[in-house]
Design a binder for this molecule. Structure first.
Ligand code: T4K
Length: 391
């Protein structure tokens, strides 16, 4: 590891990068390799690869138990899970969502000819501002999709109050909140349903995967039918549907990772506190906080760069990338500035000042089981030298 004392030691000024191997945001957390390989052998020997196999069934039960929810319907990814949930709830016309989210939240609506209407976020929580949601309701509005971001819940009660007042359906994109709670209740119980993503880059992965969690028996039944072409038994289709099934090997990865969940949370927690200690005295850099009375997965190390910082967000980003630290600018520039939405609603930004400000300030730093405290010290030393000119 090179010594980093002055600006000349930084890769943006021609020095070698601090890391030979890239440090990623979203490096998969993977449990016990041997157990996974044993599962693989079992799957091959059983000749049962997909279509509600025994490992998928066990996986669903364990995820439901873990989140203390009645139903978990596992799927091939989070986006299809969103699409199926949206359709099973009968959403139509316009649905209010934040623009400050991964593009899948908007696309899952657009793909079904439903108009995503972007409401602004609260700059402190980065999640939907209930007052902004209210201001976007029209006679065509059929629902709200709240997005729980960075492991922290959206403003659930305020959104539920609005939904009840206007007779709207409320569901949550819970892609970021596996193993997290809100006021002591595990995620999965809120709204009509909540949708998880188990993508490789998520805190908890099944290679690709997702699930709908709900306590509603009827909704669960509809989602199950839609996931499997609407089949109810052999040769009997009773509902429109698609192919959203999770495969056995993905569920096996899920079970292996669920077995290791406590150590994964602990690694992320250790990393979060290491970043917090190291970053604490850097002016203009604010680290996202977590409520320690909740269950948290600490998966996202989110820093916001404001005017008091001596370097811009993009300068810090470039500097880190030159050192092979692949920080990310999630969710810049906001869905409303991506296609097709930027052409459909060219003036949406006028209603989204907080979204635009937060999106221009945020950087995510690497964490997870492949990152240790020495790496974190180096990451922050690089930022410190960039900001202060020397150590
Ligand atoms: N809603 C929300 C709020 C979401 O954040 C997401 C997904 C969804 C819905 C949809 O769920 P899924 O349909 O995806 O299940 C990544 C993920 O692809 C996406 O799943 C995730 N959100 C989003 C936040 O991040 P990209 O385009 O940034 O991915 P990519 O390929 O740049 O990978 C990110 C980093 O991870 C890279 O630095 C490389 C590293 N990586 C990636 C993979 C796939 C690895 O080290 N190993 C790997 O296997 O979207």
């Amino acid at each position: 590891m090179k010594s980093i004392q002055t600006l000349q030691d930084l890769a943006i000024n021609g020095a070698e990068p601090a890391f030979d191997q890239i440090l990623h945001v979203g490096r998969p957390n993977i449990g016990n390799h041997e157990t996974f390989l044993n599962f693989t052998r079992e799957i091959l020997e059983r000749h049962w690869l997909s279509n509600n196999g025994p490992i998928v069934q066990e996986f669903e039960q364990r995820i439901a138990d873990y989140h203390k929810v009645k139903h978990c319907i596992a799927m091939c990814n989070g986006t299809i899970s969103l699409e199926i949930a949206i359709r099973a709830l009968g959403l139509e016309g316009e649905v209010i969502i934040p623009s400050y989210t991964f593009i899948a939240t908007a696309h899952a609506l657009n793909w079904q000819a439903i108009t995503p209407v972007f409401a602004d976020i609260d700059p402190d929580t980065h999640t939907l501002d209930p007052d902004a949601v209210r201001s976007m309701i029209t006679p065509r509005t059929s629902g709200i999709i709240g997005v729980h971001l960075w492991g922290r819940a959206a403003q659930i009660e305020a959104l539920q109050t609005i939904a009840d007042e206007y007779g709207l359906k409320l569901m949550f994109d819970a892609a970021h909140v596996f193993a997290c709670s809100y006021k002591g209740t595990m995620i999965g119980q809120f709204g009509a349903c909540e949708v998880l993503s188990f993508h490789a880059t998520k805190f908890f992965n099944t290679f690709e995967g997702g699930a709908v969690l709900t306590n509603d028996d009827e909704l669960a039944e509809t989602v199950r039918l839609m996931r499997n072409f609407g089949f109810s038994g052999m040769d009997n289709v009773i509902h429109p549907g698609t192919n959203g099934k999770m495969i056995e090997i993905a569920a096996a990865m899920g079970i292996v990772n669920l077995d290791a969940i406590d150590s994964m949370i602990e690694a992320n927690r250790r990393n979060y506190y290491a970043y917090r200690d190291e970053l604490s005295d850097l002016p203009g850099i604010k680290l996202l906080s977590f409520d320690e009375s909740e269950h948290n997965n600490y998966q996202y190390i989110v820093i916001e760069i404001d005017e008091k910082c001596s370097a811009s967000r993009d300068d810090i980003f470039q500097c880190l990338h030159a050192e092979n630290i692949h920080a990310r600018k999630y969710f810049w520039p906001g869905c409303h500035k991506m296609k097709p939405y930027k052409e459909l609603y060219p003036h949406a930004g006028l209603m989204l000042p907080n979204t635009e400000q937060v999106a221009s300030r945020v950087i995510l730093l690497p964490t997870g089981t492949t990152i240790d405290t020495n790496m974190i010290r180096t990451v922050v030393t690089i930022i410190r030298v960039l900001l202060e000119g020397k150590l």
